[in-house]
Design a protein around this ligand. Structure first.
Ligand SMILES: [Zn+2]
Ligand SMILES: [Zn+2]
Length: 183
């Protein structure tokens, strides 16, 4: 079961993945209250917060969830965005609470409870952008969208990298994987 909660001024998509009575939150964004409402209503335990990248519109409420004791995961090359203005919050949201991730991840298998993910590094929108593959679903953050690809003009973005990442992701599309976009 995958629940989408669109939130915030930038219409960021938060996803809640459920297995039995456990769940994983991908990119909480500004959806803290909706996440708590949903997990309470369905009696779910949140095992982890996974971030596709560190930009504030995706990472903001990781702070509140971490305060509840839920570990936060991010790629090592985006880790600094949680505790610096590199998350771009200075452009829009002056109230971003800085925090540190609990786990820095890299490409490869990631097992949390009964959930197994394949993490693929898909840089270009940011240096530490990743896509999470879960069963035949791909959570690709801001790298790829329904009709296009993400911005590559931020300080650690790169056109060549995002083209390579998009090409990589499109192979999965051909293979019938379902895509879940960051906006
Ligand atoms: Zn972004
Ligand atoms: Zn975004």
């Amino acid at each position: 079961m995958i629940q989408k909660i669109t939130n915030g001024e930038l219409n960021e998509n938060c996803y809640i993945l459920t297995r039995d009575k456990n769940c994983i939150v991908i990119d909480p964004g500004y959806a803290y209250e909706e996440i708590i409402k949903y997990t309470n209503k369905n009696n779910l335990t949140i095992l982890a917060v996974l971030l596709t990248h560190g930009h504030f519109d995706h990472s903001k409420n990781g702070f509140e969830l971490q305060k509840l004791g839920i570990p936060v995961y991010i790629h090592k090359e985006d880790a600094d965005k949680l505790y610096t203005d590199n998350n771009l919050s200075n452009l829009v949201d002056a109230n971003f609470d800085y925090y540190n991730a609990d786990y820095l991840i890299d490409e490869g298998k990631l097992c949390i409870g009964d959930f197994t993910f394949d993490v693929i590094h898909t840089p270009g929108h940011s240096k530490g952008s990743v896509s999470f593959i879960y069963e035949n679903n791909i959570f690709c953050g801001d790298t790829l969208f329904e009709n296009g690809y993400g911005r590559y003009d931020f300080y650690d973005g790169n056109y060549f990298d995002i083209m390579k990442s998009v090409k990589h992701l499109l192979k999965y599309k051909k293979d019938g994987y379902k895509f879940f976009y960051g906006h």
